[in-house]
Write a protein that binds this ligand. Structure first.
Ligand code: DSN
Length: 478
């Protein structure tokens, strides 16, 4: 029997790799096997299509293309121009944006490009003006000093990390936290929800240059119309990082006040989470910021990755198909079914549920830290990640939370019935795991006790749950 195109493509690729370094070919095959066998609930992960994956493994990888379409610092970029322009066109059409910049290598890079564009647009500085017109060599020592002081002292207001915000929104472990004078808004301690009056109050007091919305662990919608009104009331630039929920925007689950694109001055995203593309980033904006955004490379970024831009074009074309909207709806249906299944079993959820793709469990009710819960679930074939909950007493390392999300399992085809079964597996593991002790008898935040036989049984059950939903069914590596 002849093999289908996908199987032929991946088998051939592995054969070619194996001839040079068999251990790499083996690791690639093992990764597919692991992904096929595990119940992947990491909210930021997904499974890109074979077409998207294949678009990355080719000669575009060899090409330098600094600059933008039609204005490159290298010769011979006509084919890169084709794929970059296509990716940008698909992005503009999909999100209804005036301008799309598809070069960022990651979400952090996309945010750095956005920060640069906003600073360059907003900060009144003669030194900056000189730098922008490429008279960098004319800058005096005093100019440089002024430039550093002016760019480095700007204010950013973003969602606090423990409320679900992201590191790149002005927090210390990221360069944004060193560049900006940052203040954060949290969530209402009683409901776990954003309190827009408090955000407005913080904005009035702090007067940020940039108001950032977006999250990596907030299980609810954000009203971007209200956030824009708050930004306007204090003259801030409104930036939304939609990395986590870009697929829900693309699939028209988040519309009106909940679609960031018509409300924000600038929107950043990754392309590999709910959007289901290759690993990478993207910036969307109006014409006012487009010129500065397009200076992303070489101002902020290293040379663009043309093979990844080719894959972005493929994935964005896929996201424009009608079945992507159905996929996006099922992501949310599944997250809500998972949340309901957990609530029914007594699990405490931050905000009491979800209206996006993720659910944040507060595992303190099981007597566990997030770290203990994450490892116990992993032993049981359930891949999640620990995450802080609001006002987390265990901090960002051990945490009290587990973040789970449905984009990946929804891609495999699992539905609400499987979500209830998943909730049962998670609850069983967490309720059967005990917090462990250190050798001196003191309580440990990392050690835990879980019967290996139970972990094994749950792993098998998790695997059975997946058998009707093969991952990459068209790919047979033999
Ligand atoms: N690492 C991503 C996540 O898991 O949410 C965000 O940077």
């Amino acid at each position: 029997m002849s093999l289908n195109a996908e199987s032929t493509a991946f088998r051939s690729a592995l054969e070619v790799i194996r001839a040079v370094e068999p251990r790499v070919a083996d690791a690639i095959g093992a990764e597919l096997a692991d992904q096929r066998e595990s119940l992947k609930l990491i909210a930021s992960e997904n499974y890109a299509s074979p077409a998207t994956l294949l678009a990355m493994g080719n000669w575009f990888s060899d090409k330098y293309a600094e600059g933008t379409v039609g204005r490159r610092f290298y010769a011979g970029c006509q084919n890169v121009d084709t794929v970059e322009a296509l990716a940008a066109e698909h992005a503009r059409e999909l999100f209804g944006a005036a301008h799309a910049y598809v070069q960022p290598h990651s979400g952090i890079d996309a945010n750095l490009v956005a920060f640069w564009a906003i600073l360059a647009d907003r900060v009144e500085s003669p030194a900056l003006k000189k730098a922008q017109v490429r008279q960098v060599n004319d800058l005096t020592e005093a100019d440089w000093f002024a430039l550093r002081r002016e760019l480095g002292n700007q204010r950013m207001l973003g969602m606090s990390l423990d409320a679900g915000g992201h590191l790149t929104h002005g927090f210390r472990p990221n360069i944004s936290g060193k560049m900006f004078d940052q203040r954060s808004y949290g969530t209402d301690p009683a409901t776990g929800l954003i309190d827009y009056d408090r955000v407005a109050e913080a904005a009035r007091e702090f007067k940020p240059l940039i108001l950032v919305a977006g999250y990596s662990a907030y299980p609810r919608k954000v009203n971007f119309r209200i956030m824009r009104e708050i930004a306007d009331s204090v003259g801030a630039t409104f930036m939304v990082d939609m990395a986590h929920f870009a697929g829900l925007v693309a699939g028209k689950v988040f519309t009106g006040d909940f679609d960031p694109v018509p409300h924000a001055h600038i929107v950043t995203t990754t392309t590999h989470k709910s959007l289901r593309g290759p690993r990478g980033g993207m910036v969307l904006c109006g014409p006012e910021l487009a010129d500065q955004v397009d200076r992303g490379c070489p101002m902020v970024l290293g040379g663009p990755l043309p093979h990844v831009m080719a894959a972005k074009a493929v994935a964005l074309a896929e996201a424009r198909r009608p079945d992507f909207a159905d996929y996006a709806e099922r992501i949310v249906d599944n997250a809500q079914a998972l949340a309901e299944g957990l609530l029914r079993r007594g699990t405490k959820l931050v905000t009491g549920g979800t209206d996006n793709h993720l659910v944040l469990l507060d595992v303190s009710g099981y007597g566990l830290t997030g770290r203990q819960a994450e490892q116990a679930l992993l032993d049981s074939g359930i891949v999640t990640n620990r995450n802080a909950v609001p006002q987390d007493p265990n901090g960002a390392w051990y945490t009290s939370g587990i973040r789970i999300g449905t984009p990946a399992l929804t891609t495999r085809g699992l539905g609400v019935a499987e979500m209830d079964a998943t909730a049962e597996l998670i609850h069983t593991v967490l309720s059967q795991t005990q917090s462990g002790s250190n050798p001196d008898g003191t309580p440990s935040k990392a050690k835990y006790v879980l019967d290996p036989a139970l972990a094994d049984k749950i792993s098998k059950q998790a695997n059975e749950l997946l058998t009707g939903f093969p991952l990459y069914p068209a790919v047979d590596l033999g």
